[in-house]
Structures are given as structure tokens and as C-alpha cells.
Design a protein around this ligand. Structure first.
Ligand SMILES: Nc1ncnc2c1ncn2[C@@H]1O[C@H](COP(=O)(O)OP(=O)(O)OP(=O)(O)O)[C@@H](O)[C@H]1O
Ligand SMILES: [Mg+2]
Length: 247
């Protein structure tokens, strides 16, 4: 495999007694979606943010397309990496259209091109640009805000998309609908994606491979059927049973 995203022996120490990641090895291939799953505090967001230099490793290295991120320009990296934050992270005083145009604006696209691209993306995620484009995030439902966050992450057609619990705060119906949307975008766009979730069932449905974090350590990485057939340890077995997805 010639990975697009790679963590090699990554450790993260926030404080002497807060070890968020311990010796994590993970590689994500081009066009692959890997789900990061684990309990609250297991290090999912920390690991995700390594790939856009939102965090720096305390040990080990993080590579994108084989290039070590240490010493790379974080701004340039973020411009070519889509990111859906844990809380959506839309700018409240910007309209939906401008939120979606954030990266194209940073890239210096002219207004007409930005507007056209924002309209295209809002349609792709199931929102009407004429209706929703001029509105502010506060006037949208939670599901609509997540759609806008998706659109924003895709705006500059990044190769890599990082998603932090994009369906976390939604009711079951909206969640199911957006998961469906996610799958169809995944098929159509073929991006390399890392998706954080604490829901194993969701991970199994949306990802090609699933990586299980526990206390900052990766305990297993594999395809859903591999986890089902050969859970690495009793922790993974228990996780599967609780989610009702064990074989
Ligand atoms: N900026 C920070 N400073 C100090 N400790 C931090 C910081 N960010 C995270 N941590 C700690 O690192 C550990 C991992 O946090 P992280 O946010 O990566 O977990 P998570 O798996 O994303 O959890 P959740 O499911 O609740 O979002 C936790 O113990 C957390 O308290
Ligand atoms: Mg998190």
C-alpha cells in the first residue's frame, strides 16, 4: 500500500500524566475510508487532528503522501484537507454561502467562481443554494448545519477529508439520512477519509476499515468482517456485542 495518510509510532503527551496517544501506527490508502472508533477520551480527535497539524506528535511521525508533516506549512496543508469538526465549527456571523466558501476564499478564488462552487456543493449535500445560501447557521437545523459543514469540507475538492463525529448530535432519522448521503458522496467522490465515531454500527456501515482506539492505543485495525471473525481481544469482542454487530 502506498498510503495517503500515515501515522508511525505516534505518541501524544498533553501533560506528564495525560498520554492521549501511545505508539499509534495507522495507514490509510488512497480512496479508502477508515473509521476511528473508541470511547470518549480514547484519543480519536487527537489522532484525527494530527493529519491537519491541529496537533503535533510528541513522538513518532505523521505523513501525508509519504511526506513528514513536521516542518510543513500547516496553512497550506489545511487548505488541501477537508475537515468537519466535532461541533460542525461553522462561523456563526457568516452566511451559509460564505461558510462553504471559506477555503476557496483563502485560496483567492474570485467571487463568481466561489459563488458557483458554493451553489454546486450545497446542491450536492441536499440544500437549496437560493434558500439556504444567504441564511446564517443559527437559523438552520442541526442536520442542515452538518450538511453545510460537509459542503465546506469539500469546497476546494481536497484529496483528504477528516470528519470528527459528523453525525454525533443528530436524531436517529436525520442521522440515518445523512449517513446515506455520506455513502453516496463516498462512492461518487472517492476521497481518502478518516471518520471519527463512537458508534461501531455506524463505523461498520460507512467505513472500509475500522480502527479501534482504547486509552490512546490502537487495539485493532481491520475490515468489519475481520473484526467480527477475529476480534483482537476481549475489549473488541465486548464492543461488538454491545453494538449488536458481532457474528
Ligand atoms: N488540549 C488538550 N490539553 C490537555 N489534554 C487534552 C487536550 N485535548 C485532549 N486532551 C485529553 O486527551 C485525551 C484524548 O482526548 P480526545 O479529544 O482525543 O478524545 P476523543 O476520543 O476524541 O473523545 P470524545 O469522544 O469525547 O470526543 C483525553 O484524556 C483528553 O482529556
Ligand atoms: Mg473527540
Amino acid at each position: 500500500m502506498n498510503p495517503v495518510l500515515e501515522a508511525r509510532g505516534v505518541g501524544k503527551l498533553y501533560a506528564p500524566d495525560v498520554q492521549a496517544l501511545v505508539d499509534v501506527d495507522l495507514a490509510v490508502a488512497a480512496g479508502e475510508t477508515v473509521a476511528l472508533i473508541g470511547e470518549s477520551g480514547s484519543g480519536k480527535t487527537t489522532l484525527l487532528r494530527m493529519f491537519n497539524r491541529g496537533e503535533q506528535p510528541s513522538s513518532g511521525s505523521v505523513l501525508v503522501r509519504g511526506k513528514d508533516l513536521a516542518g510543513s506549512d500547516p496553512i497550506e496543508l489545511r487548505r488541501r484537507t477537508g475537515y468537519v469538526q466535532q461541533d460542525g465549527g461553522l462561523l456563526p456571523h457568516w452566511t451559509v454561502e460564505r461558510n462553504v466558501s471559506l477555503v476557496p476564499e483563502l485560496l483567492g478564488w474570485d467571487a463568481a467562481r466561489r459563488r458557483e462552487r458554493a451553489g454546486e456543493l450545497l446542491e450536492q449535500v441536499g440544500l437549496d443554494p437560493a434558500v439556504h445560501g444567504p441564511r446564517y447557521p443559527a437559523s438552520l437545523s442541526g442536520g442542515q448545519r452538518q450538511r453545510v459543514a460537509f459542503a465546506r469540507a469539500l469546497a476546494a475538492d481536497p484529496e483528504v477529508v477528516l470528519l470528527d463525529e459528523p453525525f454525533g448530535a443528530l436524531d436517529a432519522l436525520t442521522r440515518a439520512e445523512l449517513q446515506q448521503e455520506f455513502l453516496s458522496l463516498k462512492e461518487r467522490l472517492g476521497k481518502t477519509m478518516l471518520l471519527v465515531t463512537h458508534d461501531l454500527d455506524e463505523a461498520f456501515r460507512l467505513a472500509d476499515r475500522v480502527a479501534v482506539l482504547r486509552g490512546g492505543r490502537l487495539v485493532q485495525v481491520g475490515e468489519p468482517q475481520t473484526l467480527r471473525a477475529q476480534p483482537a481481544d476481549p475489549y473488541v469482542s465486548a464492543l461488538l456485542q454491545r453494538a449488536g454487530v458481532s457474528s
